[in-house]
Design a binder for this molecule. Structure first.
Ligand code: HPA
Ligand code: ZN
Length: 326
């Protein structure tokens, strides 16, 4: 088999996908029509041509605008099912997906509408394909601690539908420690803890995500290479990083994919995984990320096997499910 074939066929878990970032321009327009929402773009092509990002914030502005077409539970279901269908085609056997309730509740959409629509699609994917899935609720870090606590309060009746919480949105100027008390409360609820850190922010944010939030996984985390002691710590603790190559390329974290540090992370002994982040915006789903990274870097079949294995070992799967996948 060719390396490409191995990458496509190997069973894998996806651990870093923002479900709102899977909303394709065609679906944005279809939902806008269905819901009578006006869009500031004349066509699918006009919207797609706005996808020229210079940094994280330039992406987030368009990403939040795209999410404005989501109003009814069916919209959240359709979006999630479209992603899960593609994930199944990419041989994803387990997914832990992020969602951003504050993006929706701030527009008057009920928390229940969001979580029920996404959760029902995940259940249907399990019945249809045997794909396991879980939801990670993210707090928007550009908003206040108080708003994060209010979001957690709204989530309490749905505690059983969540496997964990995360932290996303504008990184610079919003260090993890801003949410230390919120995360402490989440830990008390038995939720798993992850946080975006070291995407375009400094390695110090990875350190405080570990020390102050007690994050079990770091999303992105590619900035760790600037701090050798931090790399050693991540290796020693076997803290996984959910790396997103095409996202890093499109948001100019690395100028070229050839400059990406995925291989260096693996060679250092870090539990790195490959993920799509916001596939509708960054030019590809998980297999596209694997193929692009393996084309740009001297990665081998052994690395492919390691990345697939890491994706399951880093997952919040029950021990018996993990043993079955590994
Ligand atoms: N970083 C931070 N926030 C996000 C991202 C990301 O890559 N994608 C969606 N929200
Ligand atoms: Zn992300």
């Amino acid at each position: 088999a060719t390396l490409r074939n191995i990458l496509e066929k190997m069973p894998k878990a996806e651990l870093h996908i923002h479900i709102e970032g899977s909303l394709e321009p065609e679906l944005i327009f279809a939902l806008a029509r269905r819901n009578g929402v006006a869009l500031p773009y004349a066509s699918v092509d006009a919207l797609r041509s706005a996808y020229a990002f210079t940094d994280l914030q330039s992406f987030l502005d368009i990403y939040y605008a795209g999410a404005s077409v989501l109003l009814a539970e069916e919209d959240f279901y359709d979006m999630t099912m479209a992603y899960l269908q593609r994930a199944n085609n990419d041989n994803v056997r387990h997914v832990e997906l992020f969602f951003d309730p504050q993006t929706h509740t701030s527009r008057g959409v009920a928390f229940a509408t969001v979580v029920n629509g996404i959760h029902r699609a995940v259940q249907d994917a399990r019945e249809k394909w045997g794909m396991t899935g879980a939801l990670i609720m993210c707090f928007l870090r550009h908003l206040s601690e108080e708003e994060a606590f209010a979001t957690l309060e709204a989530a309490l009746p749905y505690r059983d539908k969540l496997i964990g919480v995360g932290l996303d949105s504008s990184e610079r100027g919003h260090p993890p420690e801003k949410f230390a008390r919120v995360f402490a409360r989440c830990k008390g609820l038995g939720l798993h803890l992850v946080a975006h850190a070291g995407e375009e922010g400094p390695p110090a944010y990875i350190t405080t995500a570990l020390d102050d939030l007690h994050a079990e996984r770091i999303d992105h985390g590619v900035a760790c290479m600037q701090d050798p002691a931090l790399v050693q710590r991540l290796v020693r603790q076997q803290t996984p990083l959910t790396v997103c190559p095409l996202s890093n390329l499109k948001l100019c974290v690395f100028k070229r994919l050839q400059d990406h540090n995925l291989l260096a992370l693996l060679e250092a002994g870090i539990v790195a995984t490959v993920n799509s982040d916001d596939p509708a915006y960054f030019g590809g789903y998980i297999n596209d990320n694997f193929i692009a990274a393996f084309e740009a870097l001297p990665l081998t079949r052994e690395h492919a096997r390691r990345l697939a294995r890491n994706s399951f070992s880093a997952a919040f799967l029950a021990p018996e499910d993990k043993a079955r996948r590994l």
